[in-house]
Design a protein around this ligand. Structure first.
Ligand SMILES: [Zn+2]
Length: 176
């Protein structure tokens, strides 16, 4: 029992982002920009094989165009990576995402057994990794990924804040 618990306990504190995480975050930011161009809240995600760096999935938020509340960047990337691997277990993979995952996506991360999660900026209104909940660090769940936050934080926050600023300006301009 104790051994089993030790086995499950993965290093969470002191984990650091590597250069590969930063490169992948640049790709996730590129995805977020594509989302913004489509009028979607700009969030982008990349899943790569942690050891080799092979990219398995890239996705962005498609909630508006797909009329689908499940179409968050992380869920789309997880589905794509699982298909690419012919395996639902992604324990040897890293998910890189521009915004702190929500409750739904954190649940999917646990279910996909993703080994590492790297995100850019916090989401004080919906974040389920640190801000509102700590789903990915909850010892009652059977999987706890390594979590690293703050990679390209300013760029990830800026793309969101400028999107919402432009949206507010457009709405003001459209007002009769
Ligand atoms: Zn989400």
């Amino acid at each position: 029992m104790i051994l089993a618990r030790l086995f499950r306990r993965k290093p969470r504190s002191g984990a650091q982002a590597g250069a590969l995480d930063e490169q992948m975050m640049d790709l996730a930011l590129e995805q977020a920009r594509l989302a913004a161009e489509m009028g979607e809240v700009p969030v982008g995600a990349v899943i790569y094989h942690t050891e080799s760096g092979e990219i398995l999935a890239q996705a962005h938020n498609r909630r508006e165009c797909d009329h689908d509340p499940l179409a968050h960047a992380e869920l789309l990337a997880i589905a794509e990576a699982s298909r690419a691997r012919d395996d639902w277990r992604l324990s040897d993979c890293t998910l890189v995402v521009t915004l702190e995952p929500c409750v739904m996506c954190a649940g999917a991360i646990v279910n996909a057994r993703i080994g590492r999660v790297v995100y850019g900026t916090h989401d004080p209104k919906g974040g389920a990794c640190e801000s509102l909940y700590e789903v990915l660090g909850d010892p009652r769940l059977n999987h706890r990924p390594i979590v690293i936050s703050g990679v390209r934080r300013q760029a990830c926050a800026h793309i969101l804040s400028s999107f919402f600023r432009d949206l507010r300006a457009r709405r003001r301009a459209e007002r009769p």
